[in-house]
Ligand binder design. Structure first.
Ligand code: CA
Length: 222
């Protein structure tokens, strides 16, 4: 999961990003309200965590502009004031949930997960691709009913592919979802990871196909 965090307090933002990363949530951070919409346009995020008190453009203006252009990304609003007016206002403007500062990391995490579950249609079903099954609850893969052993990177890669079945993903799109800090990783690294993953999937009944100019897609072998 990758979220955009719009928060102008550097200490809070840094702490949150690091803490979230420990739980498998990658966070990109912007400190100015004006940077939120361009960042969301540049990259696909699973959710936006939005502080209301932002310089440049405040959180409520950001939210209004975001919904006005038809963006349905789940938004969790952070508010410094536990004010009913503010909550009602931000819900009207299109927030999905809100959290008053100060908050516990565990609460933020639980709210984020709930938001994503709702966004993806309540209960997360198992995902199938031929004989390959991913169980979001146990976070494990099985192949022909047997647990599939993968390295953490291969696991992350395969999870991205099964989440986006039928939709080709470019190297950059995959990299975005698999690696937290791509400054250290070249998109070509995906080729190496893909090579290893394909070796594991040889004659398994499922394969990763390369669609020229579009990217990689996971599909059952026919
Ligand atoms: Ca603030």
């Amino acid at each position: 999961m990758r979220i955009l965090l719009a928060e102008d307090e550097p200490e809070l933002a840094t702490w949150l990003s690091r803490a979230l990363e420990q739980t498998g949530v990658l966070a990109d951070w912007v400190a100015n309200g004006r940077d939120v919409l361009p960042s969301l346009a540049n990259r696909r995020y699973d959710a936006l965590v939005l502080d209301l008190g932002l310089p440049g453009m405040d959180g409520r203006q950001v939210l209004t502009a975001l919904r006005a252009r038809g963006d349905v990304i789940p938004v969790l609003v952070l508010t410094a004031r536990d004010s009913l007016m503010e909550r009602v206002g931000s819900l009207n403007e299109g927030a999905d949930d809100f959290l008053s500062k100060p908050f516990d990391l565990s609460e933020l995490e639980a709210r984020l997960q709930a938001l994503l579950r709702r966004a993806s249609g309540s209960v997360r079903p198992r995902q199938h691709c031929g004989p390959l099954v991913y169980d979001p609850t146990s976070k494990g893969f099985t192949l022909h009913g047997q647990p599939l052993t993968l390295t953490p990177r291969e696991h992350a890669l395969l999870r991205v592919l099964i989440h986006h079945m039928g939709e080709p993903l470019s190297k950059t799109e995959i990299l975005d979802r698999v690696v937290s800090d791509e400054r250290d990783v070249h998109p070509e690294a995906i080729e190496v990871m893909m090579y290893r993953l394909r070796k594991r999937l040889v004659r398994s009944g499922v394969r990763v196909t390369t669609l020229r100019g579009l990217g990689y897609v996971l599909e059952p072998e026919t």
